[in-house]
Design a protein around this ligand. Structure first.
Ligand code: AMP
Length: 122
Protein backbone atom coordinates (compact mmCIF):
# COMPACT_ATOMS: atom_id res chain seq x y z
CA UNK A 1 0.00 0.00 0.00
CA UNK A 2 1.33 3.47 -0.87
CA UNK A 3 2.14 5.94 1.86
CA UNK A 4 -0.37 8.75 2.28
CA UNK A 5 -0.11 12.03 4.18
CA UNK A 6 -2.87 14.22 5.64
CA UNK A 7 -1.73 17.87 5.43
CA UNK A 8 -4.38 18.98 7.95
CA UNK A 9 -2.57 17.30 10.88
CA UNK A 10 -1.47 19.51 13.76
CA UNK A 11 2.27 19.22 13.10
CA UNK A 12 1.74 20.27 9.47
CA UNK A 13 -0.08 23.29 10.87
CA UNK A 14 2.85 24.02 13.20
CA UNK A 15 5.24 23.80 10.23
CA UNK A 16 3.06 26.24 8.26
CA UNK A 17 3.18 28.67 11.20
CA UNK A 18 -0.58 28.41 11.77
CA UNK A 19 -0.17 27.44 15.43
CA UNK A 20 2.68 28.22 17.82
CA UNK A 21 5.25 25.84 19.24
CA UNK A 22 8.04 26.00 21.81
CA UNK A 23 11.00 25.47 19.48
CA UNK A 24 14.16 23.84 20.81
CA UNK A 25 16.06 23.75 17.52
CA UNK A 26 15.29 24.32 13.86
CA UNK A 27 17.33 23.41 10.79
CA UNK A 28 16.70 23.38 7.04
CA UNK A 29 14.88 20.03 7.18
CA UNK A 30 13.97 19.45 10.82
CA UNK A 31 12.11 21.06 13.73
CA UNK A 32 12.43 20.12 17.41
CA UNK A 33 9.90 21.46 19.91
CA UNK A 34 8.59 20.75 23.41
CA UNK A 35 5.65 18.34 23.69
CA UNK A 36 2.54 20.21 24.84
CA UNK A 37 1.72 17.44 27.34
CA UNK A 38 5.10 16.26 28.60
CA UNK A 39 5.42 12.72 29.93
CA UNK A 40 8.86 13.40 31.49
CA UNK A 41 10.92 16.43 32.60
CA UNK A 42 12.40 16.43 29.08
CA UNK A 43 9.91 15.63 26.31
CA UNK A 44 10.86 16.94 22.91
CA UNK A 45 9.32 16.04 19.56
CA UNK A 46 11.58 15.95 16.54
CA UNK A 47 9.85 16.20 13.16
CA UNK A 48 11.02 16.38 9.57
CA UNK A 49 9.70 19.39 7.66
CA UNK A 50 8.77 17.13 4.74
CA UNK A 51 5.36 15.45 4.41
CA UNK A 52 6.05 12.03 5.93
CA UNK A 53 3.40 10.25 7.98
CA UNK A 54 5.50 7.65 9.80
CA UNK A 55 9.05 6.53 10.50
CA UNK A 56 8.92 3.95 7.71
CA UNK A 57 7.51 6.51 5.25
CA UNK A 58 10.39 8.86 6.12
CA UNK A 59 12.97 6.05 5.97
CA UNK A 60 11.69 4.90 2.58
CA UNK A 61 11.17 8.23 0.80
CA UNK A 62 13.13 11.07 2.42
CA UNK A 63 16.32 12.29 0.78
CA UNK A 64 19.71 11.45 2.25
CA UNK A 65 20.08 15.12 3.23
CA UNK A 66 16.78 15.04 5.14
CA UNK A 67 17.67 11.79 6.90
CA UNK A 68 21.13 12.96 7.93
CA UNK A 69 19.81 16.35 9.05
CA UNK A 70 17.08 14.70 11.15
CA UNK A 71 19.52 12.48 13.00
CA UNK A 72 22.20 15.14 13.47
CA UNK A 73 19.49 17.41 14.90
CA UNK A 74 18.45 14.63 17.30
CA UNK A 75 22.04 14.49 18.53
CA UNK A 76 22.14 18.29 18.90
CA UNK A 77 18.89 18.26 20.90
CA UNK A 78 20.26 15.61 23.27
CA UNK A 79 23.41 17.66 23.80
CA UNK A 80 21.52 20.95 24.15
CA UNK A 81 19.19 19.53 26.80
CA UNK A 82 22.06 17.84 28.64
CA UNK A 83 20.67 14.31 28.45
CA UNK A 84 23.46 12.82 26.33
CA UNK A 85 26.26 12.51 27.03
CA UNK A 86 24.71 12.33 30.48
CA UNK A 87 22.01 10.33 32.24
CA UNK A 88 20.44 9.20 28.98
CA UNK A 89 17.01 9.27 27.41
CA UNK A 90 14.45 7.23 25.52
CA UNK A 91 13.61 7.82 21.86
CA UNK A 92 10.25 6.44 20.71
CA UNK A 93 8.16 6.67 17.60
CA UNK A 94 4.58 5.45 17.20
CA UNK A 95 3.17 4.46 13.81
CA UNK A 96 -0.38 3.73 12.74
CA UNK A 97 -3.21 2.14 14.65
CA UNK A 98 -1.22 -0.57 16.43
CA UNK A 99 1.49 1.96 17.36
CA UNK A 100 -1.31 4.23 18.68
CA UNK A 101 0.01 7.19 16.69
CA UNK A 102 -2.12 10.27 17.39
CA UNK A 103 -0.57 12.79 15.01
CA UNK A 104 0.01 11.44 11.48
CA UNK A 105 3.24 13.35 10.81
CA UNK A 106 6.40 11.40 11.64
CA UNK A 107 7.82 12.43 15.01
CA UNK A 108 10.45 11.07 17.34
CA UNK A 109 9.72 11.51 21.04
CA UNK A 110 12.91 12.22 23.02
CA UNK A 111 12.20 11.67 26.71
CA UNK A 112 14.56 12.15 29.63
CA UNK A 113 15.23 13.76 32.96
CA UNK A 114 14.09 10.71 34.92
CA UNK A 115 14.31 6.92 34.79
CA UNK A 116 11.78 6.05 32.12
CA UNK A 117 10.66 2.63 33.39
CA UNK A 118 10.00 -0.45 31.26
CA UNK A 119 9.68 0.13 27.53
CA UNK A 120 6.34 -1.61 27.01
CA UNK A 121 3.73 -3.56 28.92
CA UNK A 122 3.96 -7.32 28.40
P1 AMP B 1 1.81 10.26 19.17
O1 AMP B 1 0.78 9.59 20.02
O2 AMP B 1 3.11 9.51 19.09
O3 AMP B 1 1.25 10.64 17.81
O4 AMP B 1 2.21 11.59 19.94
C1 AMP B 1 1.63 12.83 19.69
C2 AMP B 1 2.24 13.81 20.68
O5 AMP B 1 2.01 15.12 20.20
C3 AMP B 1 1.65 13.72 22.09
O6 AMP B 1 2.69 13.48 23.03
C4 AMP B 1 1.01 15.11 22.30
O7 AMP B 1 1.13 15.58 23.62
C5 AMP B 1 1.80 15.96 21.31
N1 AMP B 1 1.14 17.15 20.81
C6 AMP B 1 -0.11 17.25 20.28
N2 AMP B 1 -0.38 18.51 19.89
C7 AMP B 1 0.75 19.22 20.16
C8 AMP B 1 1.12 20.61 19.98
N3 AMP B 1 0.28 21.50 19.46
N4 AMP B 1 2.36 21.00 20.38
C9 AMP B 1 3.21 20.10 20.93
N5 AMP B 1 2.93 18.79 21.10
C10 AMP B 1 1.71 18.37 20.74
Amino acid sequence: MAHTYDPTNIFARILRGEIPNKTVLETEHTLAFHDINPAAPVHVLLIPKGAYATFDHFAAEASADEIVDFHRTAASVCALLGIAPGEGYRAITNAGAHGMQEVPHYHLHILGGKVMGPLIQR
